[in-house]
Design a protein around this ligand. Sequence first.
Ligand SMILES: *Cc1c(COP(=O)(O)O)cnc(C)c1O
Length: 455
Amino acid sequence: MNPNLTPLLLDDVQYCWHPFTQMKTASTPLAVVRGEGEFLWDEQGRRYFDGVSSWWVNLHGHSHPAIAKAITDQARTLEHAMFAGITHPPAVALAKALIERSPPPMAKVFFSDNGSTAIEVALKMVFQYWQNQGQPQRRRIIALEGGYHGDTFGAMAAGRSSGFYDPFKPWLFEVDFLPAATIDTLGTSAAIEEASLKALDRLLNPIEGQALPAALILEPLVQGASGMRMMRAEHVAALCKRAQQAGVLVIFDEVFTGFGRTGTLFAADAIAAHGGQADLICLSKGLTGGFMPMAVTLTSQAVYDAFLSDNVHHALLHGHSYTANPLGCAAALASLALLNEPATQARMAAIASTHERWLATLCSHPAVENPRRCGTIAAFELKSRQNNYGSSVSQWIRETGLQLGLLLRPLGNTVYWVPPYCTSVDTLDWAYTALLTLIDRWTQHNAPDTGSELF
Ligand SMILES: *Cc1c(COP(=O)(O)O)cnc(C)c1O
């Protein structure tokens, strides 16, 4: 055993199994003992900028006192009560706040625990909606290539194209995939958008005897996990309109894009500006500001009404032990209040313009490809002679980032910032400067005559 491991790390090695990790070859995890604002500290007191908001969940910085207090106060009042046959003030207040802030036609909130379960709930709602409507032949799901919707079975089926799910393939239901018209350096080609719409048209009008489409599911504006791939709002709106004209429901997976990430409170707001709407919206990551695991599936009055019946089997017979947990609701309400503050909005705008300024510099860097931004999300590809998710490229970036005080979680050779909204321009300027050092080290490391044997 490695003699340099601290007692914490020794016990981690002995007892923990980490997510998305090949435990045999993984490097030692970073042992974080404290967080404050946009920073995390390790056992030795070294500081790291959490430029990825800890897997995109932490909106307002770590250990934010207002959210911590909301949770403490709630814990002393009512920590939990089951949500079947019971209701409580934090759940009602949160449901009301979410419906008031989300674009039409959202009318009802169904609570669950994480992004994947929010997707499962949306898929089950859609499947049962059509059965309740007397149209069980409407049962196919249409999704976008490169979409990621989570790691439970329905979510894996809808995100199948990401390639993580090969061992589970025999158990996944069939899904139809459209090409995703994502923007690259050359700008979105109208031809790819047109091809995506044409493919949708074909799926919306299947040949006689085939099952009909039930719903279109997509990550609006930004496909997160497949590499921060961005799409034009006009195009997403066009996809929604076409699907709905054919009677198909639209699910927006806003697990990542929700809560201000893309520049509006929800990506759905930007799409609504172009006349596109969803019938269901899934939210999770930023919902509680990164404090409590919680998720919601929002839907329209029309979808909700299809479950009203004298027959109990027309009801959505789905629920989780911790549905609408009061601590989660209290955290979410406190996080929403912070998000609403003019100071937060001003810092989000400053993050966006700081990204813009640095991306303009990175544009001309020979090792950088396709710098892009949407709201507070910035991304680019590091030119590499190989390009695989989980490859040594991403491991090199992660480890070099840590040496420079940056917590990065690259997707293959895609480097991105998704900073907490408390991040100051000074911190972000410092982080970009450190990132330039990382890119320069990469240029040397990746040069064919020096580092090639390392791959
Ligand atoms: C993270 C993510 C999910 C899954 O959420 P979990 O909380 O990890 O289950 C689903 N959809 C999108 C777009 C995500 O980014």
